[in-house]
Ligand binder design. Structure first.
Ligand SMILES: *[C@@H]1O[C@H](CO)[C@@H](O)[C@H](O)[C@H]1NC(C)=O
Length: 129
């Protein structure tokens, strides 16, 4: 009798241990799943930051240059606009001959927008999304 009670207790303890192990495995799987969800959310955010730019045309916005930079390619100029933290950069003007670039929070909806640009050959593009 004593032996079978101990045997029974032993089985119960074994079952408890197995359930615990299963639970911790589930938690681990849940944890991995959480991590995957987080990674895919980060990917979605990265994609939503894949900016679209309007076609490059000869235009400009009179004044409204919030930041100017020199010795940049047009691609660099656009990249700077996308990462500008000091203001909400929405458009760039690029001067090919001097390789200078102007970032602006203003867009073609401004009354100061000119197409073509009266100040010579300026490439204009703005973030469309
Ligand atoms: C302009 O940029 C190029 C390429 O990044 C670099 O090699 C060169 O030194 C820069 N010139 C000036 C004047 O900063």
């Amino acid at each position: 009798m004593k032996v079978s009670v101990l045997h029974y207790l032993g089985l119960v303890l074994l079952c408890v241990a197995l359930v615990r192990a299963e639970e911790s495995k589930e938690w681990q799987e849940y944890g991995d799943h959480e991590e995957e969800v987080t990674i895919s959310r980060v990917r979605e955010e990265e994609q939503s930051h894949a900016y679209d730019w309007t076609p490059e045309i000869s235009a400009c916005i009179i004044a409204h240059n919030d930041k100017t930079m020199n010795n940049l390619s047009l691609e660099d100029c656009k990249a700077h606009c996308q990462t500008e933290a000091g203001f909400d950069c929405r458009s760039v003007e690029y001067y090919k001959t001097s390789k200078s670039c102007a970032l602006s929070a203003t867009t073609s909806s401004s009354s100061m927008y000119r197409k073509p640009c009266p100040n010579g050959n300026v490439v204009y593009t703005e973030i469309s999304s």
